[in-house]
Design a protein around this ligand. Structure first.
Ligand code: GCU
Length: 423
């Protein structure tokens, strides 16, 4: 399987940022088990009922912003179907989901591949794609995405309409046959169907569609940003999967790469129906500890991508040590569900060690549920996956999603989803 996809933008490390471990200043992380009233969480019940809601609120207020509730009566419309896709190995379906609950309203198209011949509902991997459903495979039957995209540019000055020439462009990141052969469905939606990724992209996206003032909305400082909007769209994809009898919606693993890994982690925190959450190279604003000054910083992310987080997050540009939360608490919000954090050795911009440490510092919360964490005290060597309910690996190579990553996620999902079936 080819992995020659040119990463969107995060490959080059920006100059002027710290990549030297010896220059990482000391920092103190907020204690996931210390409640706002100064009492300590001593069991899973107190975590669930008191501390977890507190942390969720802090992330909503200071970082991702507040998302609206699920709209009443989502509308689905069946699109193209092919029961003999991928040489007969799979059934391909497209389902249009009207995110504002109105037929003809704001539309996101879910692309679903189901392994043929399954005797019972199958578990699934759900993930958002960067540049359109048609980029995930060369399958000529996938409808070319309709939303204009940024064509992979980090700070686009103009958008492009997806073209036939981009069909299969991201195939290296979506090894469909490998996933289907293991008995999993693959579901994906395009980020631009939810919100085109540039500063004023929201005016053409879901956030405007759901706001009474549309493109003239004046956002409150804790209103949702693009990352939360993408995450919300992923929850709506899961709403659909719950209605599809071919899929076991209780076994859906949510996976995201990079900025879409941030969205996956946040969606997994907000929506506990996701049975597994996987962060692939999500970096700053995702799995990497914000307080570690290594690679991308809060100030840089808020400057390059002012639309990703809520306005309140910008208060911490110069003051990250006062951010009331950090990434280990985001990982902990997945507990007690299995969560996987993956890093790439050359992806220094995402702070691989900071990604590992957030997984590590989420362990006390998993311990409340008697769940084993990473099982290692320090950052493991490359290509050495570790962990049980919290999984982690550092792979060789660049910022990307590779077959190596997928093989680990498939093993992880097998371990947790198929456990009971082994006996
Ligand atoms: C940029 C950004 C990262 C992000 C990445 C991506 O590099 O600075 O925070 O994860 O893009 O989404 O590819």
């Amino acid at each position: 399987m080819s992995t020659t996809f040119t990463p969107d933008d995060a490959d080059a490390q920006s100059a002027g940022y710290n990549y030297d471990e010896s220059k990482v200043a000391s920092y103190t992380l907020p204690d996931p088990l210390l409640c706002a009233d100064g009492t300590k969480v001593t069991d899973a019940k107190i975590w669930r009922e008191k501390r977890r809601p507190e942390i969720l609120e802090l992330f909503r207020t200071h970082m991702y912003g507040r998302s609206p509730a699920k709209p009443a009566g989502l509308v689905y419309e069946a699109g193209a179907t092919d029961t003999k896709a991928l040489g007969g190995k799979a059934t391909r379906r497209e389902i249009h989901i009207f995110l504002d609950g109105k037929k003809g309203g704001h539309r996101m198209t879910l692309l679903l591949y189901l392994p043929n011949g399954a005797k019972q509902p199958v578990p699934a991997f759900l993930g958002m794609n960067f540049e359109g459903n048609h980029t995930i495979d060369a399958d000529p039957g996938i409808t070319i995405s309709e939303q204009w995209t940024s064509d992979g540019k980090e700070r686009p000055d103009k958008l492009v309409k997806p073209a036939e020439t981009t069909r299969g462009k991201s195939i290296g990141r979506w090894p469909l046959e490998m996933i289907l052969a293991r008995g999993y469905a693959v579901a994906t939606v395009a980020r631009a169907d939810v919100e085109p990724d540039y500063a004023t992209g929201w005016k053409h996206g879901l956030r405007a569609a759901l706001s009474k003032d549309g493109a003239n909305t004046q956002w409150n400082t804790d209103d949702w940003g693009a990352v939360a909007a993408w995450g919300w769209g992923l929850s709506r994809a899961l709403d659909y999967l719950e209605t599809d009898k071919a899929v076991d919606s209780k076994r859906v693993a949510l996976l995201g790469h990079s900025r879409l890994g941030k969205a996956a982690l946040w969606a997994g925190a907000e929506d506990e129906r996701f049975a597994i959450v996987i962060s692939n190279n999500s970096g700053e604003g995702g799995a990497a500890l914000a307080r570690r000054n290594f690679g991308e910083t809060v100030e840089r992310i808020n400057t390059s991508f002012p639309h990703w987080f809520c306005t309140n997050f910008k208060k911490y540009n110069q003051d990250v040590h006062h951010l009331p939360v950090d990434a280990h608490q985001l990982i902990a919000l997945a507990a007690p569900r299995p969560v996987y954090v993956a890093s790439a050795e050359e992806d220094k911009w995402a702070d691989p060690k900071g990604e590992f440490l957030s997984a590590k510092f989420a362990e006390p919360v998993y311990r409340l549920f008697n769940k084993a964490g990473l099982g290692v005290a320090s950052w493991p060597p490359v290509n050495t996956p570790v962990g049980d309910v919290i999984g982690y690996h550092l792979r060789t190579g660049k910022h990307d999603v590779t077959d190596y990553d997928w093989a680990r996620y498939l093993d992880f999902a097998d371990r947790h989803f198929r456990k009971e079936k082994k006996n």
